[in-house]
Design a binder for this molecule. Structure first.
Ligand code: DQQ
Length: 513
């Protein structure tokens, strides 16, 4: 039997299984089937947004990672492009791990981590003008891990131009000390001089279960300038401006949470002034990667990691979705605020009809957006109950509360989210610094995903109701709080039905690429 006869039905079967899953998000970006993790090579070129992603087209498990690729002109409707990078003999024989897209004098280039023999090294590939066909650099790897220091890991890249040269950060960790990012300089993308660590985290500074723990290794480092109006630029040590270093705290194979460090960069070192949780949902918005788009917004993508058990995940035929793309701004108090990109209004369908009852209002939908503004005095709260059955047997609760001393927090309780066993149903909670008297909440629900934005503080999580009637959404103003505004929309499906796990591009002459 030929390979084609074996693989095509397997691909179709995987795709059919993925599409049949009622818990698969419908307006978030998902891979055609199989496994998706980090966003890679995020960029906008000539008006077109590119989203590459860590992808296993063959099964819903993290193995033999390829770079999937999709394009969009509005960040909402995506079209698949052929797989950009696949493992091949050499330093990426077992996987093409995370990396970035840069423009090398007009030629698109990918800097990524080749994975082989249990270690990662920096690799390079050049693309054609349409970013479809990629040629790996014969001299790969272009950077090997530093010697003479015991590392907990060495992978993932942030690459920019500074002072007429290339600069690169690679995520890492120094055993016995903490996470770090090694800084390099290069006259071209092939030859790099090590400059040493940009900054080193102190893992012992906090207990390992602290929500702000920086971990023993920093994955997916991302470094840029950010201002209060949301404008942004690549790092520049001479600018005197606030710089942001985003990384995903990792420890001993555990993906913990993304953090942002805000501070001062002098062209060689980064002095951290404060850390911030980038998403209160921890690993459910992991491995963020940002890019500056053509209108100058800093847009962030991240991976909505699953919370269901391994068997359920594999059986579903798909795993992982991208969180909604968000723009970032650094407010006057030095806090990063996130807003879902304005283009998401294109996804809105019919307005939701609300039924009022004692204390609140309810509506229905497993695929909805809710926007509300509430006055929440000290000692009061607003509760959103999402993906709930009418009898409340399955439900997820999100509470925005103001304590007696005025501090606002958001907390999500997943203990009743699903009747199924073996899922992660741990709670999430954190502070909403600088919240005014009126608090603005946006909630995006998409089958098994919930993303909350409370005055620009993000909380992303995953839940898996078993009952098909778990579609109720309630808003309750508790005690002295009052709703000033409550609106909502059903959200349209965005996934194209005819996707293939190994997409092809049909050229004008009818040939396939
Ligand atoms: N995922 C990639 C790594 C990265 C990790 C591998 C973060 O490059 O460190 O798929 O989720």
């Amino acid at each position: 039997m030929s390979d084609t006869l074996i693989t095509v039905p397997a691909e179709r079967e995987l795709r059919a299984r993925a599409l049949a899953d009622p818990l698969r998000p419908r307006y978030h970006f998902v891979a055609p089937a199989g496994w998706l993790n980090d966003a890679n090579g995020t960029a906008q070129r000539d008006g077109v947004f590119h989203l590459f992603y860590q992808y296993n087209p063959d099964a819903a498990e993290h193995s033999r990672i390829h770079w999937g690729h999709a394009v969009s002109t509005d960040l909402v409707r995506w079209e698949d492009r052929p797989i950009a990078l696949s493992p091949s003999a050499g330093p990426d024989a077992e996987g093409c791990w995370s990396g970035v897209l840069v423009d090398d004098g007009g030629v698109p280039a990918i800097v990524y981590s080749g994975h082989a023999g249990g270690r990662q090294t920096a690799c390079l590939a050049y693309g054609d003008e349409s970013l479809t066909t990629w040629t790996k650099e014969p001299a790969n790897p272009v950077i090997e891990p530093p010697v003479g220091v015991e590392l907990t890991g060495f992978r993932d890249h942030c690459v920019w131009r500074e002072n007429g040269a290339w600069r690169q950060l690679i995520g890492s960790g120094i055993r016995g000390r903490g996470g770090t990012a090694f800084l390099y300089e290069g006259d071209d993308l092939r030859s790099w001089r090590p400059l040493g660590p940009l900054v080193v985290g102190e893992a012992a500074a906090l207990p390992s279960d602290d929500p702000m723990w920086t971990g023993t290794m920093w994955e997916c480092v991302d470094f840029f300038r950010l201002r209060a109006d949301g404008s942004t630029d690549a790092p520049d040590g001479a600018s005197g401006e606030r710089h942001v270093l985003i990384f995903s705290a990792w420890d001993d194979e555990r993906t913990l949470h993304p953090l942002a460090a805000i501070g001062a960069y002098d062209g060689r070192e980064f002095r951290i002034e404060r850390y911030q949780r980038l998403d209160l949902g921890g690993r459910h918005a992991y491995a963020p990667q940002t890019f500056a788009d053509e209108v100058g917004r800093r847009v962030l993508w991240s991976w909505m990691q699953e919370a269901r058990g391994d068997d359920a995940r594999r059986a579903a035929g798909w795993s992982g979705a991208m969180a909604l793309p968000r723009t970032l701004a650094l407010d006057a108090g030095g806090v990063i605020r996130q807003s879902p990109v304005a283009e998401l209004e294109l996804v809105r369908g019919a307005r939701l009809a609300w039924q009022e009852d004692a204390g609140g209002a309810w509506t229905e939908g497993a695929q909805i957006e809710i926007e509300l503004t509430a006055v929440i005095p000290a000692g009061s709260a607003v509760e959103l109950t999402l993906l709930a059955t009418p009898d409340g047997e399955e439900r997820t609760s999100a509470v925005v509360a103001r304590s007696a001393d005025g501090a606002v927090t958001v907390a999500v309780d997943r203990s009743l989210s699903t009747a199924a066993a073996g899922h992660d149903t741990s709670p999430h909670a954190g502070a909403v610094p600088g919240a005014g008297e009126e608090v603005r909440v946006r909630a995006f629900v998409d089958r098994s995903s919930i993303e909350l934005f409370v005055d620009g503080v993000a909380l992303t999580t995953r839940v898996y109701p078993t009952r098909l009637d778990a579609v109720r959404a309630r808003v309750d103003a508790k005690r002295e709080s009052a709703l000033v505004r409550l609106e909502g929309w059903a959200m349209h499906d965005q996934e194209q039905p005819d996707r293939r796990t190994r997409p092809v591009l049909i050229e004008e002459d009818g040939s396939e690429r």
